[in-house]
Design a protein around this ligand. Structure first.
Ligand code: ZN
Length: 81
C-alpha cells in the first residue's frame, strides 16, 4: 500500500522546456543531475517532450510512473461526459 504520486506533486511550475525550449504551463523533471555538486540542475521538460524522451529510452523508470500517475488522475473513470 504505497502512496501513489499525485500530479500536483509531480508537475513543476511553468517555464521553458529544457528540450524544445518552448514555454510550457506544466513541466516534469526528466532526470537527476548526478555529476558535480549542483542538485538543482534537474532539467524540466514539457509533458510531450517527457513522453518522447521516455519512448526513446532516455527516461528513468520513475518517469514512466510519473506520467502514468498524471494520466490516471486525468482520465475520467467513466469516460468523458
Ligand atoms: Zn518540450
Amino acid at each position: 500500500m504505497s502512496p501513489r504520486p499525485r500530479a500536483a506533486d509531480i508537475l513543476k511550475p511553468a517555464g521553458p522546456c529544457c528540450h524544445c525550449k518552448q514555454h510550457a504551463d506544466e513541466r516534469i523533471t526528466v532526470t537527476y543531475a548526478e555529476r558535480g555538486s549542483s542538485p538543482a540542475q534537474a532539467p524540466l521538460c514539457c509533458l510531450p517532450c517527457a513522453r518522447s524522451l521516455l519512448l526513446h529510452g532516455a527516461g528513468h523508470t520513475w518517469l514512466a510512473g510519473d506520467l502514468a500517475a498524471i494520466d490516471t488522475e486525468r482520465t475520467p473513470p467513466d469516460g468523458y461526459r
